[in-house]
Ligand binder design. Structure first.
Ligand SMILES: *[C@@H]1O[C@H](CO)[C@@H](O)[C@H](O)[C@H]1NC(C)=O
Ligand SMILES: *[C@@H]1O[C@H](CO)[C@@H](O)[C@H](O)[C@H]1NC(C)=O
Ligand SMILES: *[C@@H]1O[C@H](CO)[C@@H](O)[C@H](O)[C@H]1NC(C)=O
Ligand SMILES: *[C@@H]1O[C@H](CO)[C@@H](O)[C@H](O)[C@H]1NC(C)=O
Ligand SMILES: *[C@@H]1O[C@H](CO)[C@@H](O)[C@H](O)[C@H]1NC(C)=O
Ligand SMILES: *[C@@H]1O[C@H](CO)[C@@H](O)[C@H](O)[C@H]1NC(C)=O
Length: 173
């Protein structure tokens, strides 16, 4: 096969091979759940000046005037966030520290390290989950978290990979 025939096949395979996988705090039967989602469509190759050639994912228009405020929070080391619901459907981006998320009346939990695999979706608002979830921050450094409400497009396209948090090869190296 000629290289010009192979190249488009190669690039389309690369583009579909990798999805951003995120842990999701969802809800079912009035209780919070933890799932691992592959966001669809997956990464594409950026052609934007400044990041050209990098893997990139369009997150749509987040936030906006009617979506609610975004916040940047510095959570102290060893903080106990207690039991609560997501105030609204939002991205939670842990930039440092460690979050230990557990579900009431369940042994399911997620340990989310701040950094490149620190983005999760929190969708368990009080209207869909009566008890919410419990978050503790066990590390001895502060946990920096950026909370960004979903935009008008709502919950991103996805396939559910499995119940429970994402881990292992599902995360970025
Ligand atoms: C967003 O922040 C502004 C300024 O503090 C405040 O007036 C407004 O009520 C907030 N909006 C929501 C939805 O909390
Ligand atoms: C996370 O919380 C669970 C439940 O409280 C606990 O058993 C587990 O040891 C915690 N993990 C870490 C790393 O703190
Ligand atoms: C479920 O969790 C809630 C909140 O922690 C608690 O009040 C309740 O007793 C638990 N129910 C059972 C059956 O363990
Ligand atoms: C969820 O559970 C709470 C507490 O038991 C109850 O008040 C509420 O009506 C339930 N909501 C739904 C949608 O079933
Ligand atoms: C965090 O805890 C570890 C072990 O308990 C300790 O070695 C380290 O110095 C601590 N780091 C900070 C910034 O306190
Ligand atoms: C996400 O998970 C899928 C399925 O396990 C895997 O093929 C893909 O490489 C993962 N993405 C990343 C960035 O690791």
């Amino acid at each position: 096969m000629r290289l010009t025939t192979i190249l488009p096949i190669l690039t389309s395979t690369l583009a579909t091979a990798s999805t951003l996988n995120v842990t999701v705090l969802g809800a079912q039967n009035n209780a919070s759940t933890l799932e691992c989602w592959a966001l669809e469509p997956g990464f594409t190759t950026s052609s934007e000046a400044g990041t050209s050639g990098s893997k990139s994912l369009n997150l749509g228009p987040l936030g906006g005037k009617n979506a609610g405020n975004s916040t940047y929070t510095i959570i102290p080391a060893k903080f106990d966030g207690g039991r609560h619901n997501a105030p609204l459907k939002q991205w939670i981006i842990f930039m440092s520290g460690l979050a230990n998320i557990t579900l009431p009346n369940s042994t399911t939990s997620a340990l989310v390290q701040g950094g490149k695999n620190g983005a999760i979706l929190a969708l368990d608002t009080a209207d869909v989950s009566s008890l919410g979830h419990v978050t503790k921050y066990p590390s001895n450094e502060s946990t920096i978290v950026l909370e960004i409400p979903l935009g008008e497009e709502g919950i991103p396209g996805h396939t559910v990979l499995h119940s429970g948090a994402c881990g292992g090869a599902e995360l970025l190296e």
